[in-house]
Design a protein around this ligand. Structure first.
Ligand SMILES: [Mg+2]
Length: 254
């Protein structure tokens, strides 16, 4: 996974990874497990809160709640969508409950902030979570100020990525031409539509195995819609604005 490619560079020619982003001035980032590592144990807490929500709502034990959570996730894309469709649950209440978590393991990441700040053009977050959660996480990372806006699950009418309509709503709301955009994501299937719409895509894989995800959910996928793979977002972004440096890339085009 961490096979940093040695790309020959010269003073006059950009390495292919940098050249590939030369036309990009719209930078779109997923939030969870993309802008921070799973080692901060943020997502497992959200996951557990959702299980607890189901336990309390239906009076279920943990195992049964977990099974129901997986069913909703697979059938509707998010547990929330399933609860709204089948039980008319208030989304604001659910989102507030799910995101009541401890961010103490999440450290400020000034290097990532500097790398994002240096990118030319607009930067936005596109998340299946809530705006409040994104603000809390990006705020704790110390990078919130670099983003123009957050497009969350509420803005998406509770239709999660990878639904095509979600990306279309996002692009329309912010008047973004996908041909000038790049998308950074840790879930491979969430890059299918961005690639089809003409965006450059970068899959973020964990540096160390994430015990909360299946192996296939964190693999460096080789597929046409995954243009680049990296386990180091900051290291990937930095050279894009500093010609001559080598981009840490693993995967199909490495
Ligand atoms: Mg994610």
């Amino acid at each position: 996974m961490n096979q940093n490619a040695s790309i020959p560079t010269t003073a006059t020619a950009l390495p292919p990874e940098q050249a590939a982003f030369g036309h990009v001035d719209h930078w779109i980032f997923d939030l969870d497990n993309t802008l921070y590592s799973h080692e901060a144990k943020v997502w497992p807490q959200v996951d557990e809160r959702i299980t607890l929500f189901l336990s309390e709502l239906f009076g279920l034990d943990g195992l049964s709640s977990r099974a129901l959570q997986k069913y909703y996730y697979q059938r509707y894309g998010t547990t929330l969508k399933g609860l709204m469709e089948e039980h008319g649950i208030d989304p604001d209440h659910f989102l507030a409950f799910a995101h009541e978590i401890d961010l103490s393991l999440l450290d400020p990441n000034p290097d990532l902030g500097a790398a994002i700040a240096a990118l030319p053009g607009r930067k936005l977050i596109l998340t299946n979570g809530s705006r409040g959660h994104a603000e809390n996480v990006a705020g704790k990372l110390g990078i919130l100020e670099h983003f123009e806006d957050i497009f969350d699950i509420v803005a998406a009418g509770f239709l999660p990525k990878p639904e095509r309509a979600t990306y279309e709503m996002f692009l329309a709301k912010h008047a973004i031409d996908p041909a000038r955009a790049a998308m950074f994501e840790d879930i491979e299937k969430n890059l299918l539509v961005p690639s089809a719409l003409g965006m450059k895509t970068v899959l973020i894989v964990p540096r160390t195995p994430d015990p909360f995800r299946e192996a296939w959910e964190q693999a460096a996928v080789e597929a046409g819609h995954v243009h680049f793979v990296t386990d180091d977002l900051t290291g990937f972004l930095k050279p894009l604005t500093r010609p001559g440096e080598t981009v840490p890339v693993a995967g199909p085009q490495a």
